[in-house]
Design a protein around this ligand. Sequence first.
Ligand code: PDD
Length: 282
Amino acid sequence: MSRYAYVNSAFVPHRAASVHIEDRGFQFGDAVYEVWSVRDGHLLDEQGHFERLYRSLDQLDIRFERSQSAMQVTIHELLRRNRIREGLVYLQISRGVAPRDHAFPATNTPPTIVLTAKRFSFSAAGRRAEQGVRVITHEDERWDRCDIKSVNLLANVLAKQAAREEGAYEAWLVDKAGLVTEGSSTTAWIVNADGALVTRPLDNHILHGITRKTVVAVANAMSIPLIERAFTPAEAKSAREAFITSASSFVMPVVQIDDKMIGNGAPGSLSLSLRDEYLRAQ
Ligand code: PDD
């Protein structure tokens, strides 16, 4: 079966899909993106990801005229053409194509839109959750506007690669104050000795995770206390449980941080029930 992508205003075979070499996303990383999970043909946390997309565009003054409902129609058509009912959707919008110059191009430069969809097995991810994953700690070398979901991911890429080279699933980034900000592509959480969830408050140093937002709502409904404050790697290593959240990993238990096993080395019960409840809430 042919796989399709969507570029600007056309569905094109995935292997032939391309953007111009002077696209600002390619030249400068001058672009934003979003990722949705698809289950049973539905986009998970659909609205939240759209809201963050339009906020990121607004923060960077990228003038994107297409409405959310138009984009929803396009995404569902892409899923239909690719016959995907379980998978991931990736959307990237750049400031468009223009002769290379750091400053913004003319305001009538149309943004470039790229949409792709791929199959992804959530049952395989579920099996991983039953084992839990390892994370390493790594210096946070990113800029001061991590709240914008831009494609400038070099520091994230280097941190994730460092994790992979150590056989770990994720890297937890540590800022200059010695506090964990978030994972290279996930939100970081711990469970303290009292059974409360601890995660960093929303500021410019982390991406405002959409999965985080739903997990907060799920935790409230389950009457699980939540403390929004930063924590150190040392505190995380002696936490009762640890886990990460993202659109593609949902709630994923962490069983080891650097060389330290978390709890008894098995996924925490609260992490696993939050994963179940998160999926049930969708
Ligand atoms: N990553 N923090 C960072 C740096 C991220 O890149 C992501 C998402 C998250 C979690 O956000 P959300 O719950 O909205 O997915 C936190 C996506 C999945 C990615 O880059 O592929």
